[in-house]
Design a protein around this ligand. Structure first.
Ligand SMILES: Cc1cc2nc3c(=O)[nH]c(=O)nc-3n(C[C@H](O)[C@H](O)[C@H](O)COP(=O)(O)O)c2cc1C
Length: 265
């Protein structure tokens, strides 16, 4: 698949971290990742206001003037390109019409558009978006968003960033099946409530049902061993907190093994 080829054999993705993964952060890791993810970026005034509330209670978020969006994106993408990776952008919005023009801008400058169906912060959940989009009762909204993005014909792959165990895997499969034609990839945080290891059973079932999609497996990957386990059920893997901790040497080693087509891999 095109995205996988363009990753140049690198299987590790830098996952989004609000207020942290800006262009400079992504650009620091030259040659390390197949994809780096900017965001989450707010594309409308409702989500920007929600972010301002989150900042007030101490959370890191990206705040900017929505009227200057295109210039900001050009600057951030230019910086992120120092990574030599594909540039994905994790997006949040409540009002598609308010966000539309900004999605078109992202389509011009980024390689992948990733719809955030993951955020569990109350300010976002109260808007009925983020992880709320995974629930059956919000399927119409998810469909409207995805169809809306699809119809913009931006010709860039559309991914969904999804948190496991917000709904049962059966419900998620059923819901995603109903919007199947509007997206290309699933970036799955195998969030395992109360556990510090990923729910591998969840991604296994998603892989089985969405064989034609690109799957990025995520959650608590800190070593080559963790990466290999996740890659049994995904095309790529992603990392967030281990990068914050500076635990990245294993990724260089992993890339070398993949490059050398090392049998042990
Ligand atoms: C500080 C922080 C901010 C995050 N912000 C976002 C976000 O804006 N959008 C999103 O989809 N995921 C976000 N995540 C989730 C990560 O992308 C990832 O799914 C999660 O941390 C699990 O991966 P890890 O075990 O490698 O950290 C965030 C995670 C952290 C730690």
């Amino acid at each position: 698949m095109d995205v996988l080829q363009k990753c140049g054999g690198r299987k590790v993705v830098l996952a989004p971290m609000a207020g942290i993964t800006d262009g400079s952060f992504c650009g620091k890791y030259r040659g390390l990742f197949g994809i780096v993810t900017l965001g989450a970026l707010n594309l409308d005034s409702a989500t920007l206001s929600a972010s301002k509330e989150m900042v007030k209670r101490g959370r890191k978020e990206f705040l900017y003037n929505l009227d200057e969006f295109e210039n900001i994106i050009k600057r951030e993408v230019k910086r992120a390109k120092e990574s030599n990776a594909l540039i994905s952008v994790n997006i949040r919005f409540k009002d598609f019409d308010d966000a539309k023009r900004r999605i078109e801008i992202l389509g011009k400058h980024c390689d992948i558009i990733e719809l955030n169906c993951h955020c569990r912060q109350r300010e976002i959940v109260n808007l009925g978006i983020g992880q709320e989009l995974l629930k059956r009762e919000n399927l119409e909204t998810l469909r409207d968003f995805l169809k809306g993005i699809w119809e913009l014909e931006i010709e860039k792959p559309i991914f969904l960033k999804v948190r496991a165990n917000v709904v049962s895997v059966e419900e998620l499969i059923d819901n995603l099946n109903k919007v199947r034609k509007y997206f290309h990839g699933i970036h799955l945080d195998c969030f395992n409530p109360g556990k510090d290891y990923p729910d591998i059973g969840y991604i296994q079932k998603i892989r089985d049902c969405f064989k034609e999609k690109i799957i990025i497996g995520n959650n608590s990957i800190n070593s080559i061993k963790d990466a290999k386990r996740m890659l049994r059920y995904s095309d790529l893997i992603s990392v967030a907190r281990c990068v914050l901790r500076g635990n990245i040497r294993w990724i260089y080693e992993f890339n070398r093994k993949v490059d050398n087509k090392d049998n042990k891999f």
